[in-house]
Design a binder for this molecule. Structure first.
Ligand code: ATP
Length: 252
């Protein structure tokens, strides 16, 4: 279970990224965390994985409290960041070894799981290549795989599909549904609303640092007003002003 209560985070003096956010994600849930650019999604995930401090609030991750149990939280959490500085000079294999060592994993387990994920996502032929030479999508596959290497209980995903090809996206989608089926707690931030609607069991919408919707998918689908997540989000993001591209306005 992830429990977030009244979470506040301000950058510098006055950038209020999170203004009293509260929510829960249960084991077995895939919680879609959506919102417009700058809404506060990445900030929430960075705080939850123990990477970033917060100003006020209470956070529990599987009974562990942040910030006091930061190290234990890191041990049970897999985090896929929006983008990451990876060690470009290491080979993929060396990178997995490094991540596995940090996680205090056995060498043979690291090798077995690295090879498994490389096979699953189709980058086996790149295991001996340096990370700097990989394409954007393959780097992202390495990032996803490395976050799963220690079989974490909690998964925090920040737009994890950046650059992945359509087939790998399907594999990923199927994989996280199966991981949730094994009781993993998954908080998944993405702008891909179709995919969010497909995989999520719960949907949270954040806007300018505040939660504006928190419902199970079932509750949403039972509501007569609900057509699709895209439709719902369109209403939230555009507010009262109907925004759309008008050719003659743009190029007058
Ligand atoms: P996106 O969908 O564009 O990734 P997001 O919902 O993940 O956006 P955050 O990255 O959490 O949004 O940013 C929330 C707010 O905090 C924004 O106003 C952003 O400009 C600000 N912010 C984020 N990181 C920093 C930082 N390091 N220093 C100052 N302000 C920041």
């Amino acid at each position: 279970m992830i429990k977030v209560e009244n979470l506040h985070k301000t950058y510098g003096k006055d950038v209020r990224a999170l203004c009293g956010v509260s929510f829960e994600v249960r084991p077995g849930d895939i919680c879609g965390y959506i919102g417009t650019n700058g809404a506060g999604k990445s900030t929430t995930l960075k705080i939850l994985c123990g990477m970033m401090d917060y100003d006020e609030g209470n956070i529990e991750v599987r009974g562990l409290k942040l910030p006091d149990d930061r190290n234990e939280v890191k041990e049970i959490t897999g985090y896929v960041p929006e983008s990451a500085d990876m060690f470009n000079s290491l080979t993929v294999k060396e990178y997995f070894r490094f991540i596995g060592d940090v996680r205090r994993m056995q060498a043979d387990t690291i090798i077995r799981r690295s090879e498994y994920f490389a096979g699953l996502f189709g980058f086996t032929q790149h295991l001996a290549d340096s990370i700097g030479k990989l394409s954007k999508g393959n780097k992202q596959k390495v990032l996803i795989s490395s976050s799963l290497l220690h079989n974490p209980d909690v998964l925090l995903l920040d737009e994890p599909l950046n650059g992945l090809d359509a087939f790998s996206i399907m594999i990923f989608q199927d994989m996280i549904i199966k991981l949730a089926g094994r009781g993993k707690t998954i908080l998944y931030s993405s702008h891909l609303l179709d995919l969010m609607e497909k995989v999520s069991s719960r949907i949270i919408v954040i806007d300018r640092g505040k939660l504006i919707l928190d419902r199970t998918k079932q509750e949403l689908q039972n509501s007569s007003e609900f057509k699709s997540l895209e439709n719902l989000f369109r209403g939230i993001a555009a507010g009262d002003s109907k925004k759309e591209f008008v050719y003659d306005e743009a190029f007058s």
